[in-house]
Write a protein that binds this ligand. Structure first.
Ligand SMILES: Nc1nc2c(ncn2[C@@H]2O[C@H](COP(=O)(O)OP(=O)(O)OP(=O)(O)O)[C@@H](O)[C@H]2O)c(=O)[nH]1
Ligand SMILES: [Mg+2]
Length: 299
């Protein structure tokens, strides 16, 4: 598995940049170029010997792979949809598919044997008039999956309460750190757990019996730290699904999110909310608030 390679001590910034390019590479050529750079920039001291050997092995494997097969399209590509993209990672059998099925419209195979899910699986979760894209990352953690996790807005780290929690946490954190993913927003979730302890840093659920789903959805929304905005056309009801924008977004950000042409034909917007200024006429630089309904008027 990818993350068992020890992170080199004293590796240079150039090494990490090359490694990032390697992890995000879309094809074989990009991968080879990045690996060659990693080898050039890798520390040469004795402690980095294993790393260097591993990099060279990976490079030679890539170079000898059947070219036509390797240069074909990635095995999967997932278009970002909804208010945010959320990845579910965990060791095999922790209940990732069960959770995906419980939270979304997906019907993914669940199995009591290891590595049932071999490719990323996607489902859309509804929460408070918004839609979120959830992706189950296969526990084989291949490099294509790592690329996918990089594009996610949030990672659910699923732990199986029937196994040693600290050990799982350690192994998963090692993987995240190795792939420079530990700075992402993370939520630790303990599955198969009908009875919860007092540990507030872990969300406790039982995906199979759908216990804790409401709390988990709330935690996801709060951790994303976004605002919910309803767009609306004049004389029409507010549009659902609602959109989620970064805090401090403006009407201009919303217009761009809806359609790039909106900005050119924009005249003014009216904001409907719970304040006494509801219905107020505003311009593109108006700062939006959570739950605002924005009626956009165009030429
Ligand atoms: N008791 C209990 N069992 C669960 C729960 N969630 C999953 N399981 C069981 O755990 C096993 C693995 O579930 P999956 O959802 O396939 O796990 P996974 O992480 O997707 O596994 P792989 O795709 O094989 O890596 C199955 O037998 C599930 O029925 C839960 O909340 N409670
Ligand atoms: Mg699965």
């Amino acid at each position: 598995m990818l993350w068992v390679v020890t992170v080199p001590i004293n590796a240079s910034a150039e090494y990490f940049e090359a490694e990032k390019r390697y992890l995000e590479a879309k094809n074989r050529e990009e991968k080879i170029a990045a690996l060659e750079e990693m080898i050039r920039k890798s520390p040469k001291h004795k402690g980095a010997h294993n790393l260097l050997a591993d990099l060279k092995k990976r490079l030679s494997k890539l170079k000898t792979e059947n070219k036509s097969k390797a240069s074909s399209k990635p095995r999967f590509s997932i278009r970002k949809e909804g208010a945010a993209q959320i990845c579910i990672i965990g060791l095999t059998n922790s209940g990732k598919s069960t959770l995906l099925n419980a939270l979304t419209n997906a019907h993914v195979e669940v199995g009591d044997y290891e590595y049932t899910t071999k490719e990323p699986r996607v489902g859309m979760m509804l929460y408070d008039d918004m839609q979120f894209q959830l992706i189950e990352i296969p526990s084989s953690f291949d490099s294509e999956s790592v690329g996918l996790i990089h594009s996610c807005d949030l990672i659910l780290v699923l732990l199986d309460s029937t196994r040693n929690i600290d050990k799982q946490k350690k192994e998963l954190m090692k993987f995240l750190e190795y792939n420079r993913l530990d700075s992402k927003r993370l939520i630790f979730v303990k599955n198969k757990s009908k009875v919860c302890g007092l540990d507030q840093s872990i969300v406790c659920i039982d995906a199979q019996s759908k216990i804790g789903m409401k709390e988990l959805k709330e935690k996801i929304w709060n951790t994303l730290n976004l605002i919910k905005i309803y767009a609306k056309s004049p004389n029409k009801p507010k549009a659902i699904p609602a959109l989620a924008l970064k805090r401090n977004s403006t009407v201009s950000d919303l217009a761009k999110e809806i359609h790039k042409d909106f900005l050119e034909t924009f005249k003014f917007a009216r904001i409907f909310n719970s304040t006494k200024f509801s219905g107020k006429k505003v311009g593109l630089d108006y700062k939006l608030h959570d739950n605002d309904i924005v009626e956009i008027h165009t030429e």
